[in-house]
Design a protein. Structure first.
Length: 87
């Protein structure tokens, strides 16, 4: 397996796990906001995790999407220059 393909597979796996982490954070937010009055500890816990966990996870998701898109565009450009038709 070429190194580029291995890197792309690793990046896609990382992004998939990150998507589930971000979705988990969103579900936690949806549960924590309405229950602030009843269970304030849940809201405080979510806020406590905002900067060390949720912000980097969202940033990694955005960065990964940009890098993956850039690699796809670059791969298409290289294939078109080399004469291979893109699939």
């Amino acid at each position: 397996m070429p190194m580029g393909e291995r890197l792309r597979r690793w990046l896609n796996t990382l992004l998939l796990l990150d998507v589930f982490l971000v979705l988990l954070g969103f579900v936690g937010l949806v549960v924590a906001v309405p229950s602030r009055q009843v269970w304030p500890g849940l809201w405080q816990g979510w806020l406590w995790l905002w900067q060390p966990l949720w912000q980097p996870a969202i940033g990694l998701l955005i960065l990964g999407a940009l890098v993956t898109g850039g690699l796809n565009v670059l791969g298409r450009a290289v294939r078109s220059i080399s004469g291979n038709s893109p699939r």
